[in-house]
Write a protein that binds this ligand. Sequence first.
Ligand code: NDP
Length: 288
Amino acid sequence: SKPAVTVLGAGDMGSALVRALLAAGYPTTVWNRTPERAKPLVAEGATQATTVAEAVEASRLVIVCLLDYKSVTEVLDTARDALAGQVLVNLTNGTQGQARELAGRYDVDYLDGGIMAVPPMIASPAAFVFYSGSRSAYDTNKPVLEVFGESIYVGTDPGFAALHDIGLLSGMYGMFVGGLHALALVTSAGIPATKFAPLLKRYVSSMTGYVDRMAEQIDKQDYAIDVTSNIAMQSAGYVNLTLSAEEQGISPELLAPLGPLMAQRVADGHGHEDLGGVVELLKKGNKK
Ligand code: NDP
């Protein structure tokens, strides 16, 4: 028989986690601040705990998935004694610093996680979850964790799952930033977004290969490797993004910040190099 699992939080994501565990045959205890929200899960086979301590005591493995770290500490502080010796897997979104702090806050075997999926994707092949922190907690509980999607362990530093998570979200929002600007631009000229969208997807997809080259340059701190689009040229062209927005009467604010960074690299004598060198400015906090 499969080991018991406790889930604290029956929001959209917590509920998806509980459902995946039930479907995989794990006896699951759930707790939620607003008890009504967990009722549908009980109908599906979960056991509902009335207090946090009761939920924490029900299983050696305690998974927490709440809104933010403030809610996590508020909830877990009420069950400090019950937590002692348990495995705590925190799947709440937060920063690397918050994860590191939480790792030392309770007497637990701590594993932090970052879910790279929306609730309907949980337990599907498309879902993956970053984990970092206690290696033994990860190894011991891997079969349970794999229920949610592919698990990717990224190191003993409890902050590394959050760094990977936020890193991917940064890439995603960067893409959304470009997409939102592009759609504002073309629709302001009467071009339907639905007509433009396939072209946007095609071009952005074809550019993902650029990431590999940037990565190689960044690791080697050599931005002159295989340059086909030097930053002096890109910087001159980038000015036209702002000008084009102004001609259409739309705000360039989403895209504007990259312009001065590119110009700075050129001014610093790196005009013949690639765009990746901008990370050098970012890592300095862009202090000149
Ligand atoms: P929801 O808004 O659906 O649920 C929030 C949960 O947090 C509820 O269980 C809520 O309880 C609880 N909560 C909020 N504040 C407190 C508090 N002060 N004390 C106790 N409980 C509290 O969010 P999700 O379930 O979607 O998200 C949960 C976590 O999962 C977040 O960190 C999110 O970033 C992460 N995540 C979500 C994804 C998504 O697409 N949904 C994707 C990847 C990660 P109550 O019902 O009582 O309000």
